[in-house]
Design a protein around this ligand. Structure first.
Ligand SMILES: *[C@@H]1O[C@H](CO)[C@@H](O)[C@H](O)[C@H]1NC(C)=O
Ligand SMILES: *[C@@H]1O[C@H](CO)[C@@H](O)[C@H](O)[C@H]1NC(C)=O
Ligand SMILES: *[C@@H]1O[C@H](CO)[C@@H](O)[C@H](O)[C@H]1NC(C)=O
Length: 409
């Protein structure tokens, strides 16, 4: 009962907040695409490493792969530039940001046109302070000009970082930038790093949701299972109840998908996709789409897990319990009254665990009947009422992701 009440409250909070939340028509479901940072960082050495340096060629290659290899059809449409794209100096006459002329010889507008011609969108990166984290020009004192420049170039998404700035500026700088983006008249998805710089305190999440489409709450992801686990723990703890602020147009961002890289085993990769779906998280791939192995690609394109991620209710799932390395998470999804459930086994040793539970033990008291499906394979597991017991086996470092679709009651 208590749990049902909490879910109802979370839903209510979403409705109440959404009247105040940023409404530029974007990110009605978590945005999907590709982002360079985790895999390609600030590699600017195009002489030694022409295929992997931050350059127009890298983003064109990724746009080609998104468009040709089925990613675009699955919803992955944003090609996001991260740090280290700019020249170290602004244009001395116009004061505009300029792309590095060696690595982006045709400029960002060219890249935007290239990406748009493939039916994709282009995102760019900047910083609210004097410099970006990598030491490139920041937008402090230039916010209006930078917003107009991005709109002129045809940018569709802007990630504003928070390095080289003063702590007390965050609550002012992000709203101001959002106003400048809005006044360009071009819909530009606004990705904020705002709460990630306030981890020690409790960020003002309702205010953040008023100005940002997505926001990074926590540390950057690395290519490792321990990094993925630390992020899951942060979102499970939900300090400040940020899960309740998520909804269409506004999502918490646990950072990039690292599936297709080197750091995750196949079952850990599946766990990342499952948890990012439960968390209603943006799906920004940060891998080398030119060399992704077929198994990772199939996982990234899995229709069942994407459908949960993109569920139109936009409610963020929450952790119900954590016990001896086993976690259970629940996300309300459509059709209304249905649930996605994840059991995550974070243990490193042994040969897995068999769990027996009922929906009642997860706090679902309804008299409804549910059709249970294993999400990754689409395997039907039968029809369940809230008190009929379900048995699942979860290996170590693995997830079980099920969808209980309400069929009656
Ligand atoms: C600007 O904000 C208004 C008010 O929220 C909104 O209706 C409009 O769609 C926004 N325009 C853009 C381009 O974001
Ligand atoms: C978050 O929720 C918990 C319990 O639901 C409540 O005790 C706490 O005060 C809330 N915190 C904030 C910052 O809203
Ligand atoms: C239950 O799920 C199975 C397979 O997923 C499907 O064939 C069946 O039609 C569903 N039943 C109802 C009543 O929705």
């Amino acid at each position: 009962m208590v749990l049902v009440y909490h879910i109802a409250l979370a839903t209510l909070a979403t409705l109440v907040v959404s009247t105040l939340a940023l409404n530029n028509g974007l990110a009605r479901t978590p945005p999907m695409g590709w982002l360079s940072w985790q895999r390609f960082r600030c590699n600017i050495n195009c002489v030694a490493d022409p295929k992997n340096c931050i350059s127009e060629q890298l983003y064109m290659d990724m746009a080609d792969r998104l468009a040709a290899d089925g990613y675009k059809e699955a919803g992955y449409v944003y090609v996001n530039i991260d740090d280290c794209w700019a020249s170290k100096e602004r244009d001395p006459k116009t004061l505009q940001l300029v792309a590095d002329p060696k690595r982006f010889p045709r400029g960002i507008k060219f890249l935007a046109d290239y990406v748009h011609a493939k039916g994709l969108k282009l995102g760019i990166y900047g910083d609210m302070g004097t410099l970006t984290c990598g030491g490139y020009p920041g937008s402090k004192f230039y916010m209006s000009l930078d917003a107009r420049t991005f709109a002129d170039w045809g940018i569709d998404s802007f990630k504003m970082d928070g390095c080289y700035s003063r702590t007390e500026d965050f609550t002012i700088a992000y709203p101001i930038m959002e106003a400048f983006l809005n006044s360009t008249g071009r819909p530009i998805l606004f990705s904020c790093s705002w709460p990630a710089y306030q981890i020690e305190s409790i960020p003002d999440y309702p205010r953040i949701a008023e100005y940002c489409n997505i926001w990074r709450n926590f540390d950057d992801i690395d290519d490792s299972w321990s990094s993925v686990q630390s992020i899951i723990e942060f979102y499970g703890t939900d300090k400040g109840n940020f899960s309740g602020v998520a909804g269409p147009g506004n999502f918490n961002d646990p950072d990039m998908i690292i599936v297709g890289n080197k750091g995750l085993s196949p079952s850990e990769a599946q766990a990342q996709m499952a948890m990012w779906a439960i968390m209603a998280a943006p799906l920004f791939l940060s891998n080398d789409l030119r060399t992704v192995d077929p198994e990772s690609r199939a996982l990234i394109l899995n229709k069942g897990v994407i459908a949960i991620n993109q569920d139109p209710l936009g409610i963020m799932g929450k952790r119900l319990f954590k016990n001896s390395g086993i976690e259970c998470w629940l996300r309300p999804v459509t059709p209304v009254g249905s649930y996605a459930v994840a059991f995550l086994n974070l243990n490193d040793g042994g040969s897995g665990t068999t769990l027996k539970y009922t929906l009642k033990t997860l706090g679902i008291q309804e008299t409804a009947t549910f059709n249970l499906t294993e999400v990754f394979t689409g395997t039907p597991l039968g029809v369940f009422t809230a008190d009929k017991s379900i048995t699942v086996f979860i290996d170590v470092s693995s997830v079980f992701l099920g969808k209980f679709s309400k069929i009656s009651g």
